[in-house]
Design a protein around this ligand. Structure first.
Ligand code: CA2
Length: 149
């Protein structure tokens, strides 16, 4: 069985660490990737870490994950609040899905309070900073271990 986790990042997350450190912290996307690789390795997981500003590319990657990945960790960024298409793609994925937000979206503007993705996610982590990605991978490891029993 696959031990690969797709860690997918949506629009503007390439700017992490370069603007708005008071909201998103000082870590860059490269720092997030390094944390994900370290956490995944500790659980004997492999990761495919990707970022895009394009909605269709996220959907293509989720469809690719159906063939090759055991689980998905996703920060859909702004598309969380707008994309039925992203939700539909994730609903067609059979393995665990954990949604991550660096900031606490519930403490922010009302338009960020609803995520289309949350209803099809097995877990949602928000407001834990970039550490949220490590928590998401820990959860995925636990869900995959439970599934293997
Ligand atoms: O808190 C999160 O992780 C978000 O998914 C980040 C999205 C935002 O639209 C969501 O509501 C919450 C925004 C990502 C943009 O990241 C930037 C980072 C630095 C500078 C500007 C944008």
């Amino acid at each position: 069985m696959s031990r690969t986790v797709f860690v997918l990042n949506g629009p503007n997350l390439n700017l992490l660490g370069k603007r708005e450190p008071e909201v998103y912290g000082r870590e860059t996307l490269a720092d997030v990737e390094a944390l994900c690789r370290k956490t995944a390795a500790a659980h004997d997981l492999a990761i495919a870490f990707r970022q895009t500003n394009r909605e269709y590319e996220l959907i293509d990657w989720i469809q690719e994950a159906r063939e090759v990945a055991a689980a998905i960790v996703i920060n859909p960024a702004g598309y969380s609040h707008t994309s039925v298409a992203l939700r539909d793609a994730l609903a067609a994925f059979d393995g665990p899905v954990v949604e991550v937000h660096i900031s606490n979206i519930h403490k922010r503007e009302p338009f960020r309070h609803h995520s289309y993705v949350s209803a099809v996610a097995d877990g949602v982590i928000a407001g834990c900073g970039f550490h949220g990605y490590a928590l998401a991978l820990e959860r995925v490891a636990a869900l995959l271990a439970a599934k293997a029993q």
